[in-house]
Ligand binder design. Sequence first.
Ligand SMILES: C[C@@H](O)C(=O)SC[C@H](NC(=O)CC[C@H](N)C(=O)O)C(=O)NCC(=O)O
Length: 325
Amino acid sequence: SSCASRRLALFHIVTTGGVALPQSQLFGAKGSELFKVAEASAAEKLAQSEQNLFAWVKNDNRRFLHVVYRVGDLEKTIKFYTECLGMKLLRKRDIPEERYSNAFLGYGPEDSNFTVELTYNYGVDKYDIGTGFGHFGVVVEDVNKTIDLIKAKRGKVIREPGLVKGGNTVIAFIEDPDGYRFELLEKRPTPEPLCQVMLRVGDLDSAIAFYQKAVGMKLLSKRDNPEQKYTVAIMGYGPEDKNTVLELTYNYGVTTYDKGNGYAQIALGTNDVYKTAEAIEFFGGKIIREPGPLPGINTKIVVCLDPDGWKLVFVDNVDFLKELE
Ligand SMILES: C[C@@H](O)C(=O)SC[C@H](NC(=O)CC[C@H](N)C(=O)O)C(=O)NCC(=O)O
């Protein structure tokens, strides 16, 4: 967009009363040459800024911190995640003045692992999950065993264990007490068992470009499944067997989804929220909260939307660690 506005500025130089005239008519042949030189130098500067920003984003210290969503009964969800999915309750906080509580759960400490941040809003016991949110992925050693345990605890199994259609991983799907789906994937043990967040997108190429350029993720793999009519792009900061990834799913012909009001956002760590905001804007993301410290806790954040309107929050790495002290 920044590129487009500079082009627009150049265009305005050669317009009179809103009517565009050929450059040679305005400035003569020499003027037209000068204009071309100015335009080329502006384009070079723009390309240079793009390179610099992208290099900064790639070298920033980014990682998946947590995924935030709303639940209707915090204790019920904590019980389900700890008993059925083997997560640990890492911390809880209550913010009575804002009438909400949070619980953080996961498979390892927050300073090095991806976690879920559950939000309970006082008095709200139900949310609409919408159609855009897909699932969270959890690696387990034995899907059948986990499913038996979930059934024994009266958990909801929505897809029995078996090979994923068109692939060779044993999977199963379950739903938590609020209806959020978890895909269980049978894989070798990993340092990051909370391994995926799957979101559906309406334009896969735009989403991939945004997550590469503005968010600094790598396109780890892209797989088309013509029989099932969908394409998946796996984006992340490191190899899928050791790191959490974002799984972007494009269903043929589906360009919009309902986001509901349950799923909220993914939080990512950064060394500089101000520079992050610059990159987000430059590469076409929409900033919905300007970079700066949060009142009360002073943690610096910046909030933006991806091309499909999915929310991302970048959190200052040092401030985040201070929060954990
Ligand atoms: C191994 C890993 O890549 C997967 O598990 S993909 C899972 C697969 N995803 C989809 O089908 C996505 C498209 C679908 N229309 C959607 O929008 O969710 C899946 O869910 N397979 C189901 C199965 O039974 O195999």
